[in-house]
Each structure stands twice: as structure tokens, then as C-alpha cells.
Design a protein around this ligand. Structure first.
Ligand SMILES: Nc1ncnc2c1ncn2[C@@H]1O[C@H](COP(=O)(O)OP(=O)(O)O)[C@@H](O)[C@H]1O
Ligand SMILES: [Mg+2]
Length: 326
């Protein structure tokens, strides 16, 4: 039983301070927590609370000011750029709010992209990408380019790309931030189902409490610090939770390892691995215009910039040596 518990991500006293002239911004301020293998973890907080910074630190995209980030027992903050790039390609996947698809490539080529880095041969690559696109319901859109698809379809291509190489961990920054509520819920269910099928760990940033309903572990962030950690308990996880923390009275628990905030355990709505997502009714529908007007705070790179960063060459083969975060 004990060997079932794998702390796949450990965040220890992590700090990120930005200096703006004489001012210091404590974007992430002494944060510690753990994420277990197969968990769906949500970083929840308002705009400017430090969620994206924390996610980018965890994914090795930004450098720490202090503390440690340990993924699969490796101190990623100690790795050099090459090792980190290899580590990302091997174990990590990314889903971005603004999709970050290559505008000149088809859906199939976009999904093949991470497999190029893994040196998967062209035929196998195409089959894997095609199978993944079928899985996300885009079997009839293989040859479409991003601008020939809706936002929801583009995001599903983004999900297919993040999951095609079966990474152990997928990081997602507001992955449904550009979608209407109904599409957002569908995309969330898709992410959850694919991840549970393969026992993948998800770390997702959102400002939307309703999306946190999908998570096993919700870390509430405020002003760069942890306010609360909520765990949803299901029958499978009960023993794991019992081992890693002490439960007082089912309602609130504290652990020595968590210097900030409380941990609350709440009963899960996951029943026998069928995802009964509740609370999707009565949700106010936010129009696309309202969505656009909000500042979603994503650090995603626009298509054009991403394309420039990749290479002048537009062929997949020419991209093998590029350290792209996709
Ligand atoms: N590159 C940067 N330089 C200076 N300040 C930054 C930078 N990135 C983020 N910040 C600041 O750090 C804080 C947290 O930002 P961020 O992580 O983007 O928040 P969130 O994703 O929760 O909206 C904000 O006050 C933001 O202005
Ligand atoms: Mg953000």
C-alpha cells in the first residue's frame, strides 16, 4: 500500500521575487505542497495571485528566487537548460490558454510535433497523432489548420498535442480561458478522462471555482501564498490520504509539511471512476466578448511568435533540435 504513494511533484519553500526598479514583487512567497501521482491538482486564485508564476516555476520555464522544485525525485531547479529541455520532452506536457498551435500546420502536424522531439518515426508518429485526434473527437479535422477550426476544436488539438506522447505530468494554464462555459466543461471532462485513463498527473491553473470542482486537490492561492488546500476524497484515495496527513475530524487537518493554510477534506463526487461532474447546471454563461474583456493573465506565446521561435523551416523534420515548450 505504501508503495502506491508517489509524490510526483514536491514544492518546497518556493519563492519568486520580481524586481521592478526599486520595488520587489513577491509573486510566489514561500510556498510548499506536494502532488501525488495521478492527481488532478488545481491552483485556484484571482488574477495576479501568482498562479501562472508558480506553474511556470514548476514546469521549469521560470527560474526560482528560492526554494526547491522536485519532480520525479529530480531537483529541476538544479538542471541546466539542456537537461531541463530533455526532462520536459520526456515527462511533461503543456496546454495553453491561447492554444499556441502552429498556424501554418494542420491539426495532424501540430499533434505530431512533440513526437518529432522524441524521434518517433514518421509513420508511427502520424498514426499516434491521428489516434489521439480521433480520441478528442477531431477525426474529421485532421487536415484543418487552426484558423479553420473553432476555439473549442483548437483547444482539443492542444490537448491532443499535450497528451499524445503520454507524458506523466501535464501542466495547463487556464486551458479553457478562451472558451464558452459549455465548451469549457467539455474540454475539462476530456482532460480529466484522458488523464485518469493513463494515471497522468495534471496541474491546472484557473481563477474559476467551478473548474476546480474537477480537481482532486485544490490549492487556493492569494498574494503569492497558500490560503488553503482542499482534498476531495474518493474510496480509492482514502488510504493514501490517511497515510500522508493526519485527519482530525474529517473537516480540517493540518500537516507539518504544509506551513501555510489548512487542508480540508471533502467527499468526492467521483463514483467508481465514472466522472459524475456536478454543479454544471445553473452556471452563468459568459459571452465570448465578456471573456475577451477579462484579463486572463496567460503567459502563452502568440502563434506568430511561437512560429518564429521554432525555425524558419516549416517542416517537422527540421524541428528536431528546437527546445520548444509544447
Ligand atoms: N515578468 C514579470 N515581471 C514583473 N512582475 C511580474 C512578472 N510576471 C508576473 N509578475 C507579477 O507577479 C504577480 C503574479 O503574477 P501571475 O503569476 O501572472 O498571476 P496570475 O497567474 O495568478 O494572474 C503579479 O503581481 C504580476 O504583476
Ligand atoms: Mg495567470
Amino acid at each position: 500500500m505504501g508503495d502506491q504513494i508517489e509524490k510526483v511533484i514536491e514544492v518546497k519553500n518556493v519563492k519568486k521575487i520580481y524586481r521592478m526598479g526599486s520595488e520587489k514583487i513577491f509573486a510566489v512567497d514561500d510556498v510548499s505542497f506536494e502532488i501525488l501521482k495521478g492527481e488532478f491538482c488545481c491552483l485556484l486564485g484571482t488574477s495576479g495571485s501568482g498562479k501562472s508564476t508558480l506553474l511556470n516555476l514548476m514546469a521549469g520555464i521560470e527560474k526560482l528566487t528560492g526554494g526547491q522544485i522536485i519532480i520525479k525525485s529530480k531537483k529541476i531547479h538544479r538542471m541546466n537548460e539542456n537537461s531541463l529541455a530533455r526532462f520536459r520532452q520526456r515527462y511533461l506536457g503543456f496546454v495553453f490558454q491561447s492554444y499556441n498551435l502552429m498556424g501554418s500546420m494542420t491539426a495532424l502536424e501540430n499533434v505530431e510535433f512533440p513526437l518529432v522531439f522524441k524521434r518517433v518515426k514518421a509513420n508511427k508518429r502520424k498514426k499516434m497523432a491521428r489516434d489521439m485526434l480521433i480520441k478528442v473527437g477531431l477525426g474529421s479535422r485532421l487536415s484543418h489548420k487552426p484558423k479553420e477550426m473553432s476555439g473549442g476544436q483548437q483547444q482539443r488539438v492542444g490537448i491532443a498535442r499535450a497528451f499524445v506522447a503520454n507524458p506523466e505530468i501535464v501542466f495547463a494554464d487556464e486551458p479553457t480561458g478562451n472558451l464558452d462555459t459549455k465548451t469549457a466543461m467539455e474540454v475539462m471532462k476530456l482532460i480529466k478522462i484522458i488523464a485518469k485513463e493513463n494515471n497522468q498527473t495534471i496541474v491546472m491553473v484557473t481563477h474559476d471555482k467551478r473548474l476546480a470542482d474537477f480537481a482532486d486537490r485544490t490549492i487556493h492561492i492569494l498574494d503569492g501564498r497558500i490560503q488553503d488546500i482542499e482534498l476531495k476524497r474518493n474510496r480509492d484515495k482514502k488510504e493514501i490520504i490517511n497515510e500522508s496527513i493526519t485527519i482530525d475530524n474529517e473537516e480540517e487537518v493540518k500537516t507539518e509539511n504544509e506551513p501555510q493554510g489548512n487542508i480540508k477534506i471533502i467527499e468526492n463526487n467521483v463514483i467508481d471512476n465514472k466522472f459524475e461532474i456536478e454543479k454544471t447546471e445553473g452556471i452563468e454563461v459568459i459571452s465570448d466578448k465578456e471573456m475577451d474583456e477579462k484579463n486572463w493573465g496567460s503567459k502563452a506565446i502568440p502563434d506568430e511568435q511561437a512560429e518564429n521561435e521554432v525555425a524558419a523551416s516549416d517542416t517537422l523534420e527540421g524541428m528536431k533540435d528546437v527546445d520548444a515548450i509544447i
